[in-house]
Design a protein around this ligand. Structure first.
Ligand SMILES: [Cu+2]
Length: 258
């Protein structure tokens, strides 16, 4: 049959050309379409879908925009399959891995959190989760929420709503780095590719990145809170926004936050 043959050739080509499978990462797929794409990609390389997903997750770069896609796939996986010890052990290894970048760690923790607590590896039996929603205030160059607190190592789901007429991003940065990162964003506004880079300064002081959110849109971002108790600024680095469009994420150990 010619058509299935062509389809399988196309899958093989896209797999071999990129070392991955492009269509899994395509924007605007429904959850069902994305799962079907994952199954096809895994089949093309003779792997089980969950193993294929875990491999892809382990290769995510820091601040990888596919963190949400893979995280949603992992978090909606069958808890029974995630709880199998071969699978949960791999997820835990990614979460704990030396040098594991932030994106892989976040997706691994989301997958582990999808396993019923009594079936999780002991090390992650208690996973603290919190959802934080922030709005860009129309015509005020400001977030509505100026601070929030989380516990160390907490799994945070941050949602930014943008009802303003301008684009905004949200970066969580190292303690004390607000002005430095804000000024770096201003400078990127004078470079030809600043917008393409969503005004995210290439600095290790940028801990977590939510890229530009268009007017009228919302974006979701998952991250693992730092283990060190401190105050971490969050800021919009769209040029000239940072002075007023910022806030503070306080990481507070539970015993000092009764
Ligand atoms: Cu802004």
């Amino acid at each position: 049959m010619l058509v299935p043959l062509l389809v399988s050739m196309a899958i093989a080509q896209s797999t071999s050309a990129t070392g991955g499978c492009d269509r899994l990462d395509a924007a605007d797929l429904t959850a069902l379409e994305r799962r079907a794409a994952l199954d096809a990609c895994a089949t093309a390389v003779h792997e089980q879908p969950i193993d294929y997903l875990i491999e892809r997750v382990s290769l995510l770069a820091p601040h990888d925009p596919r963190t949400e896609i893979y995280g949603d796939l992992a978090a909606n996986w069958s808890p029974t399959e995630l709880a199998q010890s071969a699978v949960s052990t791999k997820l835990l290894a990614i979460f704990n891995g030396a040098g594991t970048n932030g994106s892989a760690r976040v997706v691994a923790l989301r997958a582990l959190a999808a396993i019923p607590a009594d079936q999780r590896p002991a090390e992650v039996r208690a996973i603290d989760q919190v959802t934080i929603e922030i709005n860009a205030l129309p015509s005020q160059m400001s977030y509505d929420k100026k601070n929030f607190s989380v516990s160390p190592g907490c799994l945070v789901h941050l949602i930014l709503h943008n009802p303003d007429a301008l684009e905004h991003n949200l970066l969580i940065v190292a303690p004390g780095a607000l002005a430095e990162m804000g000024i770096a964003g201003d400078r990127m506004g004078q470079t030809p590719d600043g917008k393409a880079k969503e005004f995210v300064p290439p600095s290790p002081k940028v801990l977590t990145v939510m890229g530009l959110v268009a007017p009228g849109k919302s974006k979701s971002l998952w991250f693992v809170a730092p283990m060190k108790a401190a105050t971490y600024p969050y800021v919009c680095t769209y040029p000239s926004h940072w002075r007023t469009m910022n806030g503070k994420m306080k990481v507070v150990a539970p015993e000092s936050n009764p």
